[in-house]
Design a binder for this molecule. Structure first.
Ligand SMILES: Cc1ncc(COP(=O)(O)O)c(C=O)c1O
Ligand SMILES: [Zn+2]
Length: 563
């Protein structure tokens, strides 16, 4: 049970007990309030209890606005894995990138936390109907939990929401109201409806339950990072906090409930002495709907609304963030700072594809916006290679796979109907069909690098983009031998290797008529001196810096060189 829990108005300071029905301050009418707990008491008792509890969001129920967790409503919300993004980290030159895999929530989005906690508080308050406006995921999550709680849900969805998502909302028994208009308009209509009917509604970042639910993302990350990396190093006062915060937390934003809740979570952990710092927040929007990014870059406290968002990513189409931006900005400034950044839809779709190909995760475009933001911030030097980064990840590629893959992503086998007694003919047809699936001779590429992880990464990049016969050499001497023996069509060469370095390999293969014509792409982590660049000039077809190329960059070069 949430002990000593009170709601405080951020405008007049009035403190009141929590009520799921009361959505504004009784004193000044402000809808901006925050939950406060007896952190001292909780910090003394909760940590040892955590070790005895299942890894779901209810393990933190002392810090949630529910009287007691209702396990009849639960579907295993929270407790999602924190996955190391090894390949992505290598491509970006950052070794500590982690993905908070919210796809593994009951309806595959981080909004399951919001719905689970909100619906639990509504159930405790005896509420039987609820209204929500959504760009898809919120309505899906609420619908699932409302079904379990026997609460009737009215979901106002902007007509931009993909049809597959709308149907998912309906299938849970929710009444879908399709609003032909923007998300901001859908919110206004739903608020009017809720008021008219006297039904409570989801108030997004102004809802105590929602913000409190999002905090659990931070609690889990801090526990998981401490498990993976160990607790933070003792600070100057000799104290070592038991949990560990990342340097950055990255999330795509629309209404900004996620970042506000996550920041509050880290603030509470800091206040309880469980972490030594609050992470920097990177909130990412799409270029066609980036009111918060514009305001942040102009150092403004208030975001000017974007009247007509232009983005394919409807999930993130809040054109008017209202005071949410101001609240988030202040929280960031009070903590460790951070930034707002925007990316194009195209960058997001590319990110979606490389996260699938390089990390094995199928994510939705809105989540890919956060990954595209990560790439942009690393390249701009805002995120440093040594920093620990956590990226929030949600959804599934399914609704948009057709637009990423385009044509030609499959090879077809068409078999004529088998005829009895004609096995040889059938087998012949099969062989002919299979010969089209994979041609006999692929371009041959030698990968030369002493680091097995780099060889594995390059192998993965090439194999996920085309058909190649790949050879590997682990040092310069092997590379020269390989060049003579296999005569590859292309060599991808590291420079810094023991025994014989890349410069000597180049010299050797290019001085032998047998191997002089092999094109070479140098992929190196070395900061080259002007003299070294000069030495390579005219001898290599392309020079690429490790940690500064994405999968497509390398495969584009390879394809261009192989013709
Ligand atoms: C995948 C995903 N990312 C980000 C958001 C933005 O959420 P918010 O800005 O409210 O935290 C949403 C909203 O539904 C979402 O589904
Ligand atoms: Zn007030």
């Amino acid at each position: 049970m949430a002990s000593e829990f009170i709601v405080e108005c951020i405008d007049c300071g009035q403190q009141t007990p929590f009520s799921a029905q009361a959505q504004v301050c009784p004193c000044c009418g402000s809808s901006w309030r925050e939950a406060r707990y007896d952190y001292k008491k909780i910090s003394n008792t909760l940590l040892p209890l955590l070790a005895t509890r299942p890894f779901d969001l209810w393990r933190y129920h002392e810090l949630l606005p529910v009287r007691s967790p209702n396990f009849d409503l639960s579907m295993g919300e929270g407790g999602t894995p924190l996955i190391r993004a090894t390949n992505l980290g290598m491509m970006l030159g950052c070794s500590n990138i982690y993905i908070k895999d919210e796809r593994q929530g009951p309806t595959s989005s981080f909004k399951d936390r919001q719905a689970a906690v909100s619906i639990a508080t509504l159930k405790e308050a005896g509420i039987s109907e609820f209204v929500v406006a959504s760009t898809g995921n919120v309505a899906i999550s609420y619908s699932a939990y409302a079904a379990r709680a026997s609460i009737k849900l009215w979901a106002f969805l902007t007509s931009l929401v993909p049809a597959a998502k709308m149907r998912e909302v309906a299938i849970y028994g929710t009444q879908v109201i399709k609003v032909t208009g923007s998300y901001d308009q859908a919110k206004l209509v739903s608020a009017q409806f809720a008021k008219q009917k006297g039904i409570p509604m989801d108030t997004g970042a102004r809802s105590i339950s929602c913000i409190e639910a999002m905090k659990t993302i931070s609690f889990e990350i801090a526990e998981q990072l401490a498990g993976i990396l160990g607790p933070a190093r003792p600070s100057s006062n000799g104290r070592s906090e038991p949990l560990r915060a990342p340097d950055w937390y990255i999330q795509a934003v629309s209404g900004a409930m996620g970042p506000i809740g996550v920041l509050k979570g880290f603030q509470e952990l800091k206040q309880m002495g469980w972490i030594d710092h609050i992470p920097k927040m990177a909130s990412i929007q799409t270029e066609g709907c980036a009111p918060m990014v514009h305001a942040w870059k102009q150092n403004k406290e208030i975001a000017a609304p974007v009247q007509s968002p232009h983005t394919l990513i409807a999930t993130l189409a809040t054109g008017d963030p209202g005071r949410t931006y101001t609240v988030l900005r202040q929280k960031m400034l009070d903590a460790s700072g951070g930034t707002f950044e925007s990316v194009t839809d195209e960058e997001a779709y590319r990110a979606m594809h490389f996260v699938a190909k390089m990390e094995g995760l199928s994510i939705e475009p809105a989540a890919a916006v956060a990954f595209a933001g990560l790439v942009k911030l690393v390249r701009a030097g805002v995120i440093k290679p040594s920093e620990t980064v956590v990226v929030n990840c949600t959804g599934h590629t399914m609704p948009v796979e057709h637009s990423i893959l385009g044509e030609g992503w499959s090879r077809d086998i068409v078999l004529s109907p088998a005829s009895a007694g004609m096995e040889e003919v059938v087998e012949e047809g099969l062989l002919a069909a299979l010969s089209k699936v994979a041609i006999d001779r692929f371009p041959r590429i030698a990968i030369v690098d002493d680091n097995p992880d780099v060889r594995r990464l390059i192998r993965r990049i090439l194999q996920s983009q085309g058909d190649y016969t790949l050879f590997e050499a682990t040092n310069g001497r092997e590379a020269v031998e390989l060049a003579h023996k296999e005569h590859p069509n292309l060599m991808i060469l590291d420079l810094m290797m023991p025994e014989m370095d890349g410069f000597s390999v180049l010299e050797k293969i290019q001085s032998s008529p047998d191997t002089a014509d092999i094109p070479v792409i140098v992929v190196t982590a070395k900061e080259l001196t002007p003299a070294e660049k000069e030495q390579l000039h005219g001898h290599v077809q392309k020079l690429m810096q490790k940690g500064d190329f994405m999968n497509d960059d390398l495969s584009d070069e390879v394809r261009a060189l192989l013709g």
